[in-house]
Design a protein around this ligand. Structure first.
Ligand code: ATP
Ligand code: MG
Length: 260
């Protein structure tokens, strides 16, 4: 398991998180606690606010209201000072659907970038850590490749290496496989599973329900900007209580590619 990641020991608490875009209230008071080592899966219909939730936790979006606590930090999410923003960016790392790699940097340089620029690591240490993280995601032989020379699955693994290299307390995954062909999806899911099994803390938005069922300790069903239901994968997928959850789950199982 990734040795470079410290085992997290802090609980993330988000309270009463609200976010609107113009008159459209997208998050309507989210309360979420993520304990150290948990993998929390977030599912829900398109437009229910899943990406917005992750982006607000990472402060890529400015919430209208809410409190965030982590590791001695307790902040009003609507009034974030620069030092709080930097603190939040240090303990979270985000993996996006579209990888977001620098086109003109090699895999190694992409992973080194945040270490040198943000964490002020010396070039040699950054290079060593980046190489170790690329090895962890199975890309030891691709360190000098540019993104255009890598498959989608490999590019996403570079993005994952970049996030674990930063040693974040929590990694936020926003549909990490939805831009990938099915055969590349497996290799990326395996890497994420290894990170989760190593005891690290993850929040994962995904439409890969079998994966969520396998990896998550807890599943949250988001609908219309609210957490409608949460529970173990078994509770949510096999015995959902709310009608909306039942409807959502039955649509997925109707595709026939999912069982628990
Ligand atoms: N920057 C933005 N400006 C205006 N509206 C936005 C913005 N970002 C998101 N929204 C709106 O917020 C709502 C929730 O979007 P969000 O991307 O969080 O949904 P999602 O659950 O991630 O959906 P999907 O499963 O399709 O990715 C949508 O109605 C969307 O149009
Ligand atoms: Mg989304």
């Amino acid at each position: 398991m990734p040795k470079s990641l410290p085992l997290p020991s802090d609980t993330l608490r988000v309270e009463n998180l609200k976010k609107s875009f113009h008159k459209n209230q997208v998050l309507k008071g989210i309360n979420l606690t993520v304990r150290p080592g948990e993998s929390v899966g977030v599912i829900g219909p398109s437009g229910s606010g899943k990406s917005t939730l992750l982006r607000c936790i990472n402060l890529l979006e400015k919430p209208d209201e809410g409190r965030l606590s982590y590791h001695g930090l307790s902040l009003d999410m609507a009034r974030v000072r620069k030092k709080d923003l930097l603190a939040v960016r240090r303990f979270t790392a985000m993996v996006f659907q579209q990888f977001n790699l620098f086109k003109y940097k090699t895999a190694l340089e992409n992973v080194m970038e945040g270490l040198v620029v943000v964490q002020k690591l010396g070039k040699r240490d950054a290079r060593d850590r980046a190489a170790a993280c690329l090895t962890q995601v199975g890309l030891a032989d691709r360190v000098d490749y540019y993104p255009s020379q890598l498959s989608g699955g490999q590019q996403q693994r570079v993005a994952i290496a970049r996030s674990i290299a930063l040693k974040p307390g929590i990694i936020l995954f926003d549909e990490p496989t939805s831009a990938l062909d099915p055969e590349m999806t497996g290799e990326v899911l395996r890497v994420i599973k290894e990170i989760a099994d190593g005891g690290h803390t993850l929040i994962i938005v995904s439409h890969e329900m079998a994966f969520i069922a396998d990896i998550a300790n807890r599943v949250i069903f988001l609908d219309g900007g609210k957490i409608l239901e949460e529970g173990t994968p078994k509770e949510i997928f096999a015995h959902p209580k709310e009608d909306r959850t039942k409807q959502f789950i039955s649509k997925i199982t109707a595709f026939g590619d999912f069982s628990i």
